[in-house]
Design a protein around this ligand. Structure first.
Ligand code: PGA
Length: 332
């Protein structure tokens, strides 16, 4: 008996009727379960994303998503296409890396994602790398800790820079720089005159914190939780710079990475000497174990590990530039 195919059943072979571009748009939409988020990530308009998916569904002769309210879900056929996309794009990525080996360091692209606070030192570290390899293009995404982890899980970049290691077996990590988190107050705050304050003394103060998803915030909350100390959170801001300004204005105390404090900031801010601080963290560069790093990514990784040693020394000499902090806080 003749099977009952729909009228629109595709007659052309797949390679003639679909494009890699459509598959990329489809894959991104499936990963985000959202047309809007996919459009944002791919720098496309939402109608373009919808139309690419529509063309793909038409070419394949069946719907790939179903929409329930604002949420989109993969149909069983969509899931099949998504699984194939994972394999196709992984292979293409490998091919890209292999071909880049032939080109050496004369061409290529490096994709980095880093936690927000790393913006205070990564551009400095990138400087001499860019001078040494002027033909390498670099894209660098700064976003908070949790969003960097999401990018890692979606395999969007080559290397990721974070100060707390995720509990994942599938990653490799190298630590390269210390990240002391310090408690800051306005320069003339009464607590600046005291030494080794107990953590409980913060109970009378208000705190300004980063947004949820920030590791800096998570570290402070963890310390307070462990010590059973409760501090009023007065303000939540998604920028270290805005937090510094709010502290200067007297809205509260804040915990910031020492990297974010410049000698100029220290004309208006002071680091408090409070039990439990600094919170010692390390910066790590991480990548997926099963990912074959391109030559460019490997070269940058080696460079970062080497170059950051010099940066550590420069960092520890901050005291000489007017940043005064308890002795044990200086980077070694
Ligand atoms: P954050 O992360 O800038 O999101 O606080 C820093 C980190 O990874 O520790």
């Amino acid at each position: 008996m003749k099977p009952n195919f729909p009228d629109s059943f595709p007659t052309n072979p797949l390679w003639k009727s679909i494009t890699l571009n459509q598959l990329q748009v489809f894959k991104t939409t499936a990963q985000h379960s959202s047309f809007t988020h996919a459009a944002k990530q791919l720098y496309l308009s939402q109608p373009t994303v919808s139309s690419q998916i529509k063309h793909l569904s038409t070419a394949l002769g069946m719907p790939l998503f179903e929409q329930v309210g604002k949420q989109v879900y993969l149909t069983p056929a969509g899931q099949e296409v998504f699984d194939a996309c994972q394999i196709i794009f992984k292979r293409l990525e490998q091919l890209e890396a292999n071909l880049a080996e032939f080109r050496g360091m004369e061409q290529g692209h490096l994709r980095l994602a880093a936690a927000t606070t790393a913006k205070y030192f990564i551009p400095k570290l990138l400087n001499s790398f860019c001078q040494r390899y002027p033909n390498i293009g670099i894209s660098l995404e700064f976003t908070n800790h949790n969003e960097v982890l999401e990018r890692l899980n979606k395999n969007l970049d080559d290397l990721y820079i974070l100060s707390r290691l995720p509990e994942q077996e599938k990653i490799e990590a190298e630590s390269f720089l210390c990240n002391p988190l310090v408690l800051v107050a306005p320069k003339r705050h009464p607590l600046t005159r005291q030494c080794r304050l107990p953590l409980e003394s913060l109970e009378k103060e208000s705190l300004i914190v980063r947004e949820r998803g920030s590791q800096t915030r998570e570290s402070v909350e963890q310390l307070l939780r462990q010590q059973g100390v409760s501090v009023q959170i007065k303000l939540e801001l998604n920028s270290n710079e805005a937090i510094k300004q709010a502290v200067v204005e007297g809205l509260g105390l804040a915990v910031l990475s020492l990297h974010s404090l410049s000698a100029t900031d220290m004309n208006q801010l002071a680091i408090l000497n409070v039990e439990g601080f600094p919170i010692h963290r390390q910066w790590h560069v991480i990548f997926l174990k099963e990912k074959k790093l391109s030559l460019v990514a490997r070269t940058f990784l080696d460079y970062l590990l080497k170059e950051s040693q010099g940066y550590c020394q420069a960092f520890s000499s901050l005291a000489g530039k007017g940043i005064v902090f308890p002795r044990e806080l200086k980077a070694s």
